[in-house]
Design a protein around this ligand. Sequence first.
Ligand code: UGA
Length: 473
Amino acid sequence: MNIAIIGTGYVGLVSGVCFAGLGFNVTCIDINEITVSSLKSGRVPIFEPGLSALMERAVTRGNLTFQSAYGAAVSNADIVFLAVGTPMKDQAGEPDLSALCKAVDALAGALRDGAVVAVKSTVPVGTNEALAARIRKLRPGLRVSIASNPEFLREGSAVADFLHAERVVCGVPDDRSKRVLTAVYQPLCESGSKLVFTSPKNAELSKYAANAFLAMKISFINEVADVCELAGGDITDVAAIIGMDNRIGPKFLEAGPGFGGSCFPKDTEAFAAAARAYGVPSALIEAVITSNNARKLKLADRIIAALGADCEGACVAVLGVAFKPDTDDVRDAPALTIIPKLQAAGIRVQAHDPEAGQAALRHLHDVVWCDTPLDAAQDADAIVVLTEWDLYRATDLKDLKSRMRGRFMFDYRNIFSAASACAIGFDYTGIGLSPQADDAVFEVLDAEAIAKRDHDALDRTCSISGQDLVEAG
Ligand code: UGA
């Protein structure tokens, strides 16, 4: 089967490389010549674990190519995926569909009769229908099926998410598109993925609803964390306990500095804008947006307040500027709000990120970029952890502390143990952790663990009584 993919951003490139990895003939098309020539020379423009190796193998095998022209690649394709960006248009939150419309206009001339086009870009409900009408206007009489095929992969684990998707959602207008999408995704079903067919509108809605729900889950746990801090609780224990209820589930309950990235902030805004447009404003999602924006500023204020009168001229080491680990993406990352707020208070910022420093240069100014976390900590009054890179977890706290001038640690991803940090002399602030928390040990026992515990206790009793006998004896 021949596949054409329009757009080589996160979704397009990962999908193209993975489809090629599954054995399809894939042509990735992008109007950006620089991106195309970079891809042709084997350079992957984004940092995504596993992507580069998979891409190299497919290119060497000869079933993955890159180009900027639509032409033959589109007319020979059994299916064309649209994966161009739909960024936020304005403050009102509506997505900008102009790139998508341009791509459709450019594509229309090359489509063959009976073509199937699947929209992977995240789009408001009704967009599929509108795109179909747009093509019909440009090519009256052409039989074309426009299906919705939203993508649920996460940055940082995009390849695995694509190849082991829990569900692949296909909003299909007809049997032809259903047949072609089944053929394309059959290899994933063989390794356990479920193919879900529904209407295009349901597919479009489910993408926004999924992201809005996950964002809401994060904002909720962040609010619980705030209460834990004041009430003497520990958010990691509370999250673990509520997550054991499988109606809630354990994922996306990590409290932190607020969600970022290219999807949740944009998609919650778009969902809220759509709800307003339909006259049913979403009080919940509006509140999630407000709460998430306020959170980043509040966490910056906490650092400024701790540094107090010494704020002006103080130095803060920021560890991590990517919106999450294993990506070089800084879009809407908490660092982009927190760092400027610290700088506005007169604080000098020294920062480190293993991958995202380059991408952050465009957004952050007057930051001293350091090669290692230890260099960033040099003479700092406070350390602020904003991304939970494994590299930071592996950093020796004593080494970090020894480089510093001050002793504040704001671990906004809870990657260090509060007890260990305090023992070393840090003035430690985590998220959702109260200094007044009871010293209870969190423990989960099942029948097997209880039996083992009883057995170990019995062993201990026997060895003590044996020893007592010897001593008595
Ligand atoms: C998100 C969704 O998870 C994907 O399913 C979806 O396909 C994608 O958006 C998209 O629409 O394209 P992504 O933005 O890559 O994926 O990242 P996530 O792993 O979802 O994290 C988003 C943000 O939430 C990050 O800032 C992360 O730090 C934060 N987060 C996540 C938390 O603060 N706590 C958590 O428990 C989980």
